[in-house]
Ligand binder design. Sequence first.
Ligand code: 4AD
Ligand code: MG
Length: 467
Amino acid sequence: MKNINWRSDGFRIVDLVHAEQSPGEVRAQGWIRSVRRSKEVTFLAVNDGSCLASLQIVIDESAPDFGDLEGVGTGACVVVNGRLVPSPGVGQNWELQAAGVEVVSLAGADYPLQKKRHSFEYLRTIAHLRPRSNAFGAMFRMRSRLSHAVHTFFQERGFLYVHTPIITANDCEGAGEMFRVTTLDPENPPQADGQIAWHEDFFGSKAGLTVSGQLQGELFATAFTDIYTFGPTFRAENSNTSRHAAEFWMVEPEIAFADLNLNCQLAEEFLRYMVGYALEHCAEDLVFFNQFVDKGLIPKLEAVVLAPFQSMTYTEAVDRLQKSGQKFSFPVEWGCDLQSEHERYLTESVVGGPLFVTDYPAGIKAFYMRSNDDGQTVAAMDLLVPKVGEIIGGSQREERLEVLEQKMRQAGIDPASLDWYLDIRRWGSCPHAGFGLGFERFLMYVTGMENIRDVIPFPRTPGNARF
Ligand code: 4AD
Ligand code: MG
């Protein structure tokens, strides 16, 4: 994708380092990544975040127009005017022969990003500065482009984008992981009958941050047929793992007139498209991840685009795990939730690629999933991928009013509390299905990064909401 040069004050560096021909005299601006001095010339590598590569600036300090560049080092902000000329050096086609350098501001020797390579753990402690590193430059460019790809995929297929609410009264997954949203005084909340009087709270009832846009998404699917949401979701899940965040972004399509098969078909087409998009539109950044983070990443992604995904039922998966001869820390038996070690074994060692696991026991899945005729399982699907495990969770929804009410009571949910959700089963109910892709898990998969804290700009995890 070629950028439109909209700036009247100069060029973005991506347009200079990848120029087809020299635009002649240009102005470039950015932050210094490195300074190299020799007797006659000084080389600055200047980066403005528009691409991984930095622009090489060549400064002849003996030229009369140059002031003192003493003290200009890594991190300083500069504006350079000069001529873009073919570079005799290796590693770049063009360099900027500076006619003048304006130092906008200096960065002292205490600037934390001096070294070429820092550990991801260290960079997490300076999350406000890490966007200026190569790895996080690459990561957040990919995050931005792949967000765009989500919209392109669904918009090209006629899906309606719906903004589902962030504040809600419903815990969609029923797992009790909602963050409370309240304006009541925590020191002195109003009481009624010896309990907190939630009806006096801002929304007139208990409210919290959404864990999923699905329930509202279903309402829109039964009006617009094919819809999707893409927004932040929140879970007060106290699991300090490398794959869980308290705030993450989820892509949730919901489709009417659909069963579990069509749902899996959409999920497969979507994931393939997203991986193909990354290969095509994030090539330079992917080469970086392939080289420094996960060797073999690019061939793995290329294979995902080509091969159809495999699928097995939960019952088959349990059987495969039990017969595997592997020692798992959590033993497997029918009815148990699959742990990440099981998911990874299935996708990494059994199939060696993405794997749909379908038809889970009703007891370990949410109330809204459609009951199968066997009376034991529900029409659920999880998509598992190597290294990350579950990346997508979805299902066909229970569209039969009585069955759904029954399931809600079994799950301890008062049907009256979700009367609006049940209404679409009362009037014009239809089979429908959908899924949620954890956008951060997807980014981990596509970049090879191993910690969810390193694929989101400012991670929120237990004990951490700084920055
Ligand atoms: O499997 P989950 O909980 O499914 C739902 O929320 C459904 N309402 C989705 C739907 O059918 N519309 O979550 C979906 C995906 C997971 O597969 C995972 O990728 C991601 O969301 N996810 C998380 N990602 C990061 N941190 C967490 N704490 C996550 N919890 C779920
Ligand atoms: Mg799930």
